[in-house]
Design a protein around this ligand. Structure first.
Ligand SMILES: NC(=O)c1ccc[n+]([C@@H]2O[C@H](COP(=O)([O-])OP(=O)(O)OC[C@H]3O[C@@H](n4cnc5c(N)ncnc54)[C@H](OP(=O)(O)O)[C@@H]3O)[C@@H](O)[C@H]2O)c1
Length: 750
């Protein structure tokens, strides 16, 4: 269409808006409220948890997008508008509610905008949602002009100019919709096949075996659920690709256009389809830089600023089709005010590539200048220096990425097999960070493939014609002439500052090891649980056994005992790898035949001094801090109580095992199963209940992966000198990590 004079006014229209809580929808709602005062607006809002649609609207109106309008008209006018102009219709796209019979305009903006959702979710929201909307409109008796918000990338990867017209394809969208709806049941069924489940169990046992059987079952089930999700994502991605689309998002948006054409235009109603490109922060309205979270191009910009994108897989001259959100909103509302007259649907590309292209190399130049002048802070080296891209081509970038991923994996494997020390942990943390960066790189390559490796240009003649047909005052206030955008000004002054302001606050987050411990809160319902070996003392049950034995043996017999221990060591080590309880059980059999009185006298003698020497001063300090704050301090060990007797006075209570004895002689059998991994977690829950302690306020200190299951029950878990697996989990969960060392003399007998 090429109107000669268009209206910029929606007058007294009753507008129904879907997606009003989203990025674009909020900005549409703000413009309707602030610049179209005669309109009444009905909003589709879904209930979230216990928050009703009306409550969500109240929360929405407090967001920054409405701040200027609120300030200009005052709270009273806002209240009046809410009362008289705004109506909430609770419901969702999957369960469309009945609609009023007096609608003049519908703006359908709600959608799932993620590129890679599971196939059934993408179809349910985007195709099922359109079916629900047009079904409800037909049932309502309303005859509104519908502005159907789609995306410029709806036609998939192409080269050259894409017209503002109906998409050319003959895919049977109904058959695809039916197939997608059944996908979850099929995948769920496959995930429960014994051979598939066996794989999950084996993998889970390899990683979580040490935590206990419930942890293995939990991890196996989590892996199954994750597998189902990943399969459904793959179903979507592959089906889209096999039909010629980039991803399931653009595929379902294309089908949604068909639904609108068939069910609305096809039944004699007025329809306009608007297709925005990549929407970013506002150029001027409601204020320069307004944005609601990070959008499509922002992860790329920020990753560049953080220095983690050494190269880029795209073509330097491909166009990054960015459009400020206020241009999109202005165009949508102008389209809404100018329905097609006795004509087929009208289509509009809201994009910049045809009239004012921003090639990637120009975007890079802007990013480079901005981050050179305003570098992001670096954890240890002051500031981050940004790279210079040479654009070697997608294949070379992919090959380099694969090599780096492989090297990193290998490095992690080697490091993981070494004993856990402060040095290996620091190096491992670096490798994890590197892995995260490489994963981001891979995601970026895939995410932006559709945007930056193509030579696609969206024709925007309809949109331009509409802008020029608007009255001059509307053009000035609510226009969308993209050729007027100065990219250097928009990016450098408006957009980059808007998105980096948010990030800078998080950029220099200190590693968990360096964060300062806060003072402990004083309370008597708080528990502080300490594991023994590797946490409070830097010894283990093998060493303790040797201390006991060395005190009990004649010198001549001593080498034989060591030799026998060394011979059994491989067996012990593999038992320890599999299951800590099994190791303790097997190892403590070595005490079989020892007289109880003998053990007691050894422990009271030299053993006592030796154990105290191996106690870590930072552990003692921490225990004392907990006691000073009125917390209940408990030492828990899978070993036997007799061996930890020297430490008893440091704690309010020691929970340890005991060994069965007959006629004053140890049999080598434990009197009860060792209190480790899940057994310790079960004990902890019971202990807290019996002593009325609040676990969410409580503290725990452990060093081994086997401690994970009980540490995670506590509000304040701390990994002390963690082994590789616990260290990885603690970093992932942002737990405190401490490296406690033995002092030069340990502590002395009091
Ligand atoms: N952002 C872009 O760069 C871009 C580019 C081109 C086209 N578009 C199109 O522009 C439109 C708006 O995108 P956006 O960026 O504003 O997305 P957004 O911020 O993710 O907002 C999505 C909106 O849809 C609603 N929604 C999602 N699923 C729903 C369901 N099942 N039932 C009811 N409401 C549901 C959300 O409601 P809740 O708050 O309840 O979740 C939210 O209001 C979409 O049609 C999108 O395809 C966006």
């Amino acid at each position: 269409m090429s109107p000669e004079a268009a209206s910029g006014d929606l007058g007294q229209a009753h507008v129904f808006l879907t997606g009003g809580t989203g990025f674009v929808g909020q900005a549409i709602l703000e413009r309707l409220l602030s610049s179209h005062p005669g309109t009444t607006i009905s909003l589709l809002v879904r209930v979230k948890g216990s928050t009703t649609g009306q409550d969500r609207l109240r929360n929405l109106l407090r967001k920054p997008v409405f701040a200027q309008w609120r300030e200009r008209v005052g709270d009273e006018e806002v209240e009046r508008s809410v009362r008289e102009r705004l109506r909430v219709i609770e419901g969702s796209l999957s369960n469309f509610p009945a609609l009023p019979g007096d609608l003049d305009v519908v703006i359908h903006s709600a959608s799932t905008v993620s590129f890679d959702p599971p196939i059934d979710q993408a179809f349910d929201t985007n195709v099922g949602g359109a079916l629900g909307l047009y079904g409800a409109l037909a049932a309502s008796g309303s005859d509104p002009h519908v502005v159907h918000v789609s995306t410029a990338y709806v036609g998939g990867i192409r080269k050259g100019i894409v017209p503002e017209a109906r998409l050319v394809h003959d895919v049977d969208w109904r058959a695809e919709y039916e197939a997608a709806k059944g996908a979850r049941d099929r995948v769920q069924m496959n995930s429960r096949q014994p051979e598939v489940l066996r794989g999950f169990i084996n993998d889970a046992r390899a990683v979580h075996g040490k935590e206990g059987p419930q942890a293995v079952a939990k991890a196996a089930e989590a892996a199954r659920v994750e597998w189902v999700q990943a399969r459904l994502v793959d179903y979507g991605r592959t089906r889209a690709e096999s039909l010629g689309w980039t991803d399931v998002y653009t595929l379902t948006k294309a089908f949604a256009e068909r639904v609108a054409e068939e069910l609305w235009d096809g039944t004699g109603h007025r329809l306009s389809v608007v297709r925005p490109a990549i929407i970013e922060s506002a150029l001027t309205h409601p204020f320069p830089g307004w944005i609601d979270g990070f959008k499509v191009a922002d992860p790329l910009i920020l990753a560049y600023g953080r220095g983690i994108l050494p190269e880029f897989p795209g073509l330097p001259d491909s166009v990054l089709d960015v459009i400020p959100v206020d241009f999109v909103v202005n165009a949508i509302l102008a389209v809404a005010a100018n329905p097609p007259v006795d004509a087929p649907p009208q289509y509009f590309h809201i994009s910049s590539g045809a009239s004012n292209p921003l090639p990637i190399h120009r975007m890079l130049q802007n990013m480079n200048e901005f981050f050179t002048a305003n570098p992001m802070p670096h954890e240890s080296e002051g500031h981050i220096r940004v790279p210079t891209w040479k654009f070697p081509g997608g294949l070379k970038v992919e090959r380099a990425l694969r090599t780096q991923e492989k090297a990193n994996r290998l490095h992690e494997k080697v490091l993981g097999s070494l004993p856990s020390t402060e040095r290996t942990r620091t190096r491992m943390a670096k490798l994890h960070r590197r892995r995260g960066d490489l994963e981001s790189l891979r995601n970026f390559s895939e995410l932006y493939r559709a945007y930056v490796q193509t030579e696609i240009i969206f024709d925007d003649r309809n949109t331009k014609a509409l802008h020029h047909a608007l009255p001059a005052d509307v053009q000035a206030d609510r226009g969308f002439d993209v050729s007027a955008i100065n990219w250097e000004d928009y990016l450098g002054r408006v957009h980059f500052p808007a998105i980096t302001t948010l990030t800078r606050a998080f950029a220099v987050r200190k590693p968990a090891t360096e964060r300062k411990a806060r003072a402990l809160p004083e309370s008597s319902d708080i528990l502080a649980v300490f594991d023994l070996e590797g946490t409070v003392v830097d010894s283990n049950i093998v060493e303790q056994y040797l201390w006991v034995r060395s005190a009990g043996l004649r010198k001549a017999a001593w080498p034989g005992e060591v030799a026998s221990l060394l011979a059994s060591l491989p067996g012990y080590l593999s038992a320890e790898q599999r299951d800590r309880g099994e190791f303790i059980r097997v190892f403590l059999r070595r005490y079989s035949g020892m007289r109880v009185a003998r053990l007691e006298s050894v422990v009271a003698g030299g053993y006592h001094e030796t154990l105290l020497k191996h106690t870590m001063p930072e552990a003692i300090k921490r225990i004392q801090e907990h006691r000073d704050a009125g917390h209940r301090t408990v030492l828990v060990t899978g070993s036997i109580g007799a061996l930890v007797e020297p430490l008893a006075e440091l704690f309010d209570e020691v929970i340890a095992g005991s060994m069965h004895e007959r006629d004053g002689v140890l049999t080598g059998f434990l009197a009860q199963p060792p209190l480790v991994d899940e057994a310790r977690a079960a004990w902890l829950l019971r202990y807290a209940e019996t002593h009325s302690l609040d676990l969410s306020k409580s503290y725990g200190y452990g060093d081994s992966h086997a401690d994970l299951v009980w540490l995670e029950l506590l509000g304040h878990p701390t990994a002390v000198n963690p082994d590789t697996k616990l260290s990885r989990e603690a970093q992932r969960r942002r737990w405190s990590i401490h490296n406690w060392k033995r002092g030069p003399h340990g502590i002395r007998r009091r």
